[in-house]
Design a protein around this ligand. Structure first.
Ligand SMILES: Cc1ncc(COP(=O)(O)O)c(C=O)c1O
Length: 246
């Protein structure tokens, strides 16, 4: 079979990922559950994953990562956690439904929404985006790479706009995490949402939200939701533990 749907999900996972997941199921306990080895091993693997993700995406600390089930959940946490009735939010025409649906839901709850259009080639106007910002704008929510057209948005440029107007920047990196360099601090991203099952080559049911700085300075309610799942980046550690006979 020739599989050409990797933007939806990568299907042929590397054998290391398959081994890591299998081994985790055989040797990992419940993280944070107790002081026995299997539980401690799981906690160590999770912390190691945090450290690797923080390093990969330039987060200030491994504590800035919230594990979720997928990008859709991450984006819902970020969007619904940050926006309040009376806020204004700017997004683009290139967004996936996992951005648009929570935004439309927030619009029904009194959030004002502006959608920046794209030209026939799928490019957005950064000037239009900046001009859309108002005194009560709370955030810009935008994709890094569109699943509709393949167009990229220059996130560093959007980050400059966001900082200039002191609004939060929430980025959907579902199509780019793992294939395109992302540094949340350099690009001035406040919350990065991404998934494990596309170009990070992990299993379905893995996703992450990451803040550049401490969660408290991004938005405290976002930090309340933590769901831990093991993704492909843990594979080396997991294999090591398994080989050591834990
Ligand atoms: C741009 C974009 N955002 C969000 C998602 C949703 O990702 P997930 O399946 O991890 O919820 C996708 C999935 O195709 C996507 O392409």
């Amino acid at each position: 079979m020739i599989y050409m749907d990797n933007a939806a999900t990568t299907m042929r996972k590397p054998k290391e990922v398959i081994e890591a997941v299998t081994n985790a199921m055989q040797c990992m306990g419940n993280a944070g559950r107790g002081a026995h080895e299997a539980s401690l091993d799981a906690s160590r693997v999770i912390y190691d994953t945090r450290e690797r993700l923080a390093k990969l995406f330039g987060a200030e600390s491994p504590k800035n990562i919230v594990f979720t089930n997928n990008s859709t959940e991450s984006l819902n946490i970020a969007i619904r956690g940050v926006l309040c009735p009376g806020d204004h939010v700017v997004t683009t025409m290139l967004e996936h439904n996992s951005v648009l649906r929570p935004l439309y839901a927030m619009e029904e709850n009194g959030v004002e929404l502006t959608i920046v259009s794209s030209d026939p080639s799928g490019n957005i106007s950064y000037d239009e985006m900046e001009a859309a910002i108002r005194p009560h704008t709370k955030a810009i929510v935008c994709t890094n790479g569109s699943n509709l057209s393949g167009n990229m948005i220059d996130i560093a440029r959007v980050g400059e706009i966001a900082k200039r107007h002191q609004v939060l920047l929430i980025v959907d990196a579902s199509q780019t995490a793992g294939v395109y360099p992302i540094d949340v601090q350099q690009m001035q991203i406040d919350i990065l949402c991404f998934t494990g099952h596309k170009s990070l080559l992990g299993p379905q049911g893995t996703g992450e939200c990451m803040s550049a700085q401490d969660w408290k300075s991004a938005h405290s309610s976002v930090a309340a939701v933590v769901s831990i799942l093991i993704i492909s980046i843990i594979r080396k550690k997991c294999l090591l533990l398994w080989r050591q006979g834990h």
